[in-house]
Write a protein that binds this ligand. Structure first.
Ligand SMILES: Cc1cc2nc3c(=O)[nH]c(=O)nc-3n(C[C@H](O)[C@H](O)[C@H](O)COP(=O)(O)OP(=O)(O)OC[C@H]3O[C@@H](n4cnc5c(N)ncnc54)[C@H](O)[C@@H]3O)c2cc1C
Length: 267
């Protein structure tokens, strides 16, 4: 019911040029392209790519380079790579374009700083996605618990889940119901709840059951009690309840592979 097909993509570093910049709600939407994007692919809702930004002090772009057909070479010097969700991949002549939505946030790091001044013609480097894991095709319901950093992933679930799956979106971290609806659009039906209480209580009210797939992503510490509720109290397996820390308060370039719950690191 919660099976998800996995496919691998060619793993490489792609030099990217900014083809367009737009304001989309709380985000700066940046459209990236370049010759190396001709075979860029992304078909999974939780796909992510590492985007390399210029050094915010010197402006120099230091980034991995392609190493043959499959593989990359990492530079010795410091890099400024951050994870983003690929959106709206489309053909553009002999190549392709992909969008990323970069949330404006307080305590802006290299990504948010760069986005505030992004202009057409700017250059970045994109590594990944290494592969795609499809949306589950057999779930009766999907509960998507997301803050602003994971709303782009939620939009991909909304696009990629079958029509037979009911979708409940629980937004947190200051995202309002109206902002979420504006962002997700009206391509299909879903409910949106804006978290007012502790996230676990909000999720409990939405009653995830045996037929519900759960995706929860956002600030890592905020997800810890929710993850314990899903995994320990409800006993949901990791294939049914996917939790992912997309950033962590006070941590620069948070590594989302780090466990949210150090006492239950299996993910
Ligand atoms: C798989 C995955 C997919 C992601 N997809 C997206 C996406 O599509 N769009 C998107 O905007 N983000 C996304 N993120 C989150 C993004 O990678 C982080 O927010 C990243 O830290 C931003 O980089 P930065 O250079 O602006 O800040 P950093 O240099 O990493 O951090 C600087 C400071 O800002 C804080 N900070 C980081 N993010 C936030 C925030 N959102 N709100 C408040 N404070 C913050 C940090 O705690 C730190 O104190 C994704 C993360 C992962 C793991």
């Amino acid at each position: 019911m919660f099976e998800r097909e996995r496919i691998r993509h060619r793993f490489t570093a792609r030099p990217a040029t900014v083809a367009a910049v737009a304001e989309v709600g709380d985000y700066v939407r940046v459209t990236l392209t370049g010759d190396a994007f001709a075979d860029f692919a992304s078909s999974g809702p939780t796909d992510h790519m590492r985007v390399y930004f210029p050094n915010p002090v010197t402006g120099e772009l230091v980034a991995p380079a392609a190493d043959g057909e499959d593989g990359i070479t990492r530079p010795a010097a410091q890099t400024f790579g951050r994870d983003f969700t690929p959106l709206n991949v489309r053909d553009a002549g002999a190549t392709r374009t992909v969008d990323i939505d970069i949330l404006r946030h307080a305590d802006a790091g290299p990504a948010a700083l760069w986005a505030a001044r992004a202009t057409v013609g700017d250059e970045l480097v994109v590594v990944g996605p290494k592969g795609s894991v499809s949306a589950p095709q057999g779930a009766q319901r999907a509960l998507l618990v997301v803050d602003g950093t994971a709303l782009p992933a939620a939009s991909r679930f909304v696009d990629l889940l079958p029509d037979s799956t009911e979708i409940d979106v629980l937004v947190c971290g200051g995202v309002t119901e109206d902002a979420a609806r504006d962002y997700l659009g009206d391509s299909r039906r879903y409910t949106v709840t804006e978290a007012q209480l502790e996230l676990t209580d909000e999720a409990r009210d939405l009653a995830p059951d045996a037929g519900t797939f759960v995706f929860a992503a956002g600030e890592a510490s905020a997800l810890l009690p929710l993850r314990r509720y899903l995994r320990r109290e409800l006993g949901l397996a990791s294939a049914q309840a996917v939790t992912s820390g997309y950033w962590r308060t006070g941590v620069v370039a948070w590594d989302h592979h780090a466990p949210i719950d150090p006492f239950d690191p299996e993910d």
